[in-house]
Design a protein. Structure first.
Lengths: 100, 178
């Protein structure tokens, strides 16, 4: 039901949607690059960065369908999105400072 | 196997020994033999344990057995990395210290240190003490290293992923301590 709402209520493809799609694409490319980098180097900290990029893509996806998730309270989705931002930054921080 | 077949097999084997890391199309181009004949001999040579192969991107690369004593796959991974290849080239040209390498390729010493450690572990380069410094030389025949680098090179995706890894190595203090 929710998914059908998403498709039915989606506005015509505009500049904003195009930019959002571009951001998601970049996040996914960075995620895939991190996985390749990890496989080539075995540097574990890169996995934290990969998780951050993946979470960033998920966050953007959740943000873009937020309006269609009628079952979720706006405040709750707001909290979830902010929490995701926090976790993304925390993961990048760990990727930089982690020793081994 | 008749004489002609033997001679073809020897030509293919000799070509792989002279050009480690070459792929099927390149062998065909340089030996001017039919694709089917080369494929047949490559399969036989692999079964006889005289050559090994590794699939990478669109090609299958062939290596003579005994070129690497061990860690063959890890060595090939290293050849996929832009910075490691640059370091190898510098080491082939002269006997540099770590500082020389940092000054030439202009990346962080942590990153250079990390790559050098891996190259030494895999036996691709050797570490020699020179007073207060350590100098690096090729660990296997330099002709083979050049041939490997010529034949087996990273694609754009591997170059980018390598640069991402470099970024984290540079941001981290971990390898400065090693």
């Amino acid at each position: 039901m929710i998914l059908s709402n998403v498709f039915l209520e989606t506005e015509p493809f505009g500049i904003e949607s195009g930019i959002e799609l571009g951001i998601v694409a970049f996040a996914l490319i960075l995620f895939a690059l991190s996985i390749t980098a990890y496989r080539n180097t075995n540097i574990k900290k890169i996995l934290f960065a990969a998780a951050a990029f993946a979470l960033f893509a998920i966050q953007l996806f959740v943000d873009s369908i937020e309006g269609y998730l009628v079952s979720l309270d706006e405040n709750i989705t707001g909290i979830i999105l902010k929490l995701m931002t926090f976790v993304i930054l925390a993961l990048l921080f760990v990727a930089i400072v982690k020793k081994k | 196997m008749n004489d002609e077949s033997n001679s073809n097999a020897n030509r293919v084997l000799q070509h792989i020994q002279d050009n480690p890391g070459c792929h099927l199309r390149k062998i065909k181009r340089e030996l001017d033999m039919s694709m089917g004949t080369i494929q047949y001999h490559l399969i036989l040579l692999e079964k006889q344990g005289k050559v090994s192969s590794e699939r990478h991107n669109l090609h299958k690369y062939y290596f003579p057995i005994g070129l690497f004593e061990q860690n063959e796959k890890d060595i090939l991974k290293i050849l996929n990395q832009e910075t490691a290849r640059e370091i190898l080239m510098i080491i082939l040209e002269k006997k540099p210290t770590q500082t020389d390498i940092v000054n030439i390729i202009k990346i962080s010493s942590a990153s250079v240190n990390w790559h050098i450690k891996r190259l030494v572990e895999l036996g691709l380069i050797l570490e020699q003490k020179d007073g207060k410094f350590k100098r690096y030389t090729a660990g296997i025949d330099s002709k083979h290293i050049v041939s490997l680098m010529k034949n087996y090179h990273p694609n754009i995706w591997n170059k980018w992923s390598n640069r991402l890894a470099e970024m984290f190595l540079t941001l981290s203090k971990e390898d400065k301590e090693q």
